[in-house]
Ligand binder design. Structure first.
Ligand code: PLP
Length: 358
């Protein structure tokens, strides 16, 4: 179905003020944004407008009770100058799973795709051309009832805005294994990309940073025994030649990078093992010298290698990054697919026809 999206263009693009060689992550915003409002059970008032503040009633339900979800994906420019987005329908699928868990309405896939294409096409000049850089796309939905009572809102707003971002140089990360704070637990919202999940991690992460770590490697919420994930990345280990990642169990976000890595491994005939992984076996593997690699996987940096793992006062030092050939190759392969440098054999790339004028 084709939706009627009203487009109001800015009469003052601020693109000339932006230094594309020096882009801080998530602080530079493109000229336009897409907005849809959900009212009386339907998404309507579909519009693209100049990027601006949005008026907020002080009783806006999302601000008080946290009915708020988001997604993150990227658009890349290939060597022909075409724009391509990596697996956007997976993000929509996940947005709708998050929405269901948070008692929020689903967004139709064709509406999401039309909004995405129209917005990115309109702001096509904002998709950076320099190697490794991209346009970060942030879709999000929040409750807009103006009501102080606690209940699922009747009204919602869905917005997409975009930010040009530089090639994300992923310095190796030092992670601290959680043994006190919890991110997610069975029956909770760990599997949803829900705003509150991240709020709950901020104070423990501050504490970890004060102790010289970058991120927390979360463990299960009951025994602090099983690995979950890191910040906004899923975790992978390579022990004695085997690739392991925690099984999806409702507490872990079903990452699109995770899923893509599992597929690329399968393409190489490598069966990664998805199962419960204990902190003890990680520590033991390190002691035996069989912990060959550990990395995080997510849209922001694709693959971020882990250099150190802190646990109960001791710090494990992992092997040199240079020697971790499999994950280096996977990272390169994923980047190459995203930029159209190698065949897209799984149909992951969604191309936007930049020659079509609107
Ligand atoms: C977004 C996110 C990820 C990574 O998901 P991708 O789809 O690969 O970007 C992993 N864990 C958490 C908690 C996240 O929020």
């Amino acid at each position: 179905m084709k939706y009627d999206i009203k487009v109001t263009k800015t009469n003052q693009s601020h693109i000339s003020e932006v230094d594309f060689e020096n882009l801080p992550f998530g602080r530079v915003f493109s000229d336009h944004m897409f907005i849809a409002d959900y009212k009386n059970g339907v998404w309507g008032d579909l519009r693209i407008v100049p990027f601006d503040n949005i008026p907020t009633h002080p009783a806006t339900s999302a601000l008080h009770y946290g009915q708020s979800i988001f997604e993150g994906l990227k658009a890349f420019r290939n060597s022909n100058g075409e724009i391509q987005i990596f697996r956007p329908t997976k993000n929509l699928e996940r947005l709708n799973l998050s929405a269901a868990r948070m008692a929020m309405p689903a967004l139709p896939q064709d509406l999401f795709m039309q909004a995405l294409d129209t917005l990115v096409l309109l702001d096509q000049k904002w998709v950076p051309t320099s190697a490794g850089s991209s346009l970060y796309i942030r879709p999000f939905m929040f409750a807009t009832d103006e009501y102080v009572g606690i209940k699922a809102s009747d009204n919602y707003r869905f917005i997409i805005f975009t930010c040009p971002v530089q090639s994300y140089y992923s310095a190796p990360v030092k992670v601290l294994i959680a043994d006190k704070h919890v991110r997610a637990f069975p029956g909770g919202t760990g599997e949803a990309k829900a705003a509150g999940n991240y709020a709950a991690t901020l104070q423990p992460v501050q504490e970890a940073r004060a102790n010289g770590f970058d991120q927390i490697l979360w463990t299960d919420g009951i025994e602090f025994k099983y690995l979950q994930e890191i910040g906004t990345m899923n975790v992978f280990l390579q022990i004695d030649g085997q690739i392991l990642t925690p099984a999806l169990n409702g507490c872990i976000l079903n990452g699109i990078t995770r899923n893509s890595i599992l597929q690329l491994l399968a393409d190489r005939g490598i069966v990664a093992i998805e199962r419960n992984i204990t902190v003890d076996e990680l520590v033991e593997a390190h002691q035996k010298g069989t912990l060959e690699d550990a990395f995080g996987a997510g849209t922001a940096a694709t693959i971020s290698h882990i250099s150190h793992i802190g646990y109960k006062g001791t710090t494990l030092t992992l092997p040199d990054i240079e020697g971790r050939t499999l994950s280096q190759e996977l990272k390169q392969e994923l980047e190459d697919i995203k930029h159209d440098r190698i065949p897209d054999r799984h149909g992951w790339v969604h191309k936007i026809a930049v020659n079509v004028l609107i």
